[in-house]
Write a protein that binds this ligand. Structure first.
Ligand code: ADP
Ligand code: MG
Length: 232
């Protein structure tokens, strides 16, 4: 049946997934055996699709390869086999320009905020830096945008002056999230962002993520070992 025959307008092709993993595996060489180094499978044959605006929860126990998978989706680790694509383009076949674009559109937040935050940098400059790299607002508006970012993650604007060490774990994770969304990404990969936090703080961070996702329309791959969080 053709579109003409059915009388319907020509439909747009279905959206490409914003991120897709096809048969993705990652092995690490470990130890020194008699026959050279042995191989260890950290991730084996994962298939997933993250569609526009979707929330995809990836659950697995500790050591099951979640971080390795998250880093492959963010383009930070190369798969040993299989393919990761963003909007139909394989990550390994991108031009320099496409890599820059991908970096800007794909943010990752880690379990430990010190992986995303420089402990020697005050919060204000850390956020301005992210904004300057992403160039989403004119230079003259960067300072106001820092305030808006802090407000949107539920922190007072005078936190600009603080160092990460002066903050609680939950507050640090809020700053890491602010930094991640500074470039207005369309994909956010959250790798166990609540697992270092108390249950109540952890729930606040999950709610913050859901609010931001609704306001800012990004897709989210939410990685957790906590099945109760996944089912909530
Ligand atoms: P998870 O995040 O689910 O806890 P990871 O992806 O961090 O799992 O790790 C999966 C497995 O791969 C673990 O056994 C870990 O020790 C191993 N692994 C992770 N990264 C490396 C690496 N760079 N070199 C060697 N082994 C690694
Ligand atoms: Mg992990």
């Amino acid at each position: 049946m053709t579109n003409a025959a059915s009388g319907s307008p020509v439909s747009a092709p279905p959206d490409n997934p914003v991120l897709e993993a096809r048969d993705v595996s990652r092995t690490y060489a470990i130890g020194e055996g008699w026959f050279g180094r042995r191989k260890f499978n950290a991730v084996s044959n994962v298939n997933l699709k993250l569609m526009s605006d979707e929330l995809l929860v990836i659950v697995g126990e500790s050591g099951s390869g979640k971080t390795t998978l998250a880093r492959m989706l963010a383009g930070l680790v190369r798969p040993s086999s299989g393919v990761v694509s963003a909007r139909g383009t394989e990550l390994t076949k991108r031009t320099r320009r496409q890599i820059r674009e991908f970096r800007r559109h794909t943010a990752i937040v880690f379990q430990n905020p010190y992986q995303s935050l420089n402990p020697r940098m005050r919060i204000g400059p850390a956020l301005s830096e992210a904004l300057n790299v992403a160039r989403v607002v004119p230079k003259a508006e960067v300072s106001d945008e820092v305030d808006r970012l802090l407000t949107s993650v539920g922190l007072p604007v005078n936190y600009r002056l603080k160092y990460p060490l002066m903050l609680s774990g939950g507050e640090r994770q809020r700053v890491a999230i602010a930094r991640a969304i500074a470039g207005r990404p369309d994909v956010l990969i959250a790798d166990e962002i609540t697992s270092a936090l108390d249950v109540s703080v952890s729930a606040q961070i999950v709610n913050l993520m859901l609010d931001l996702k609704a306001q800012r329309n990004f897709s989210c791959a939410f990685v957790t070992h906590d099945l109760s969080l996944a089912l909530a």
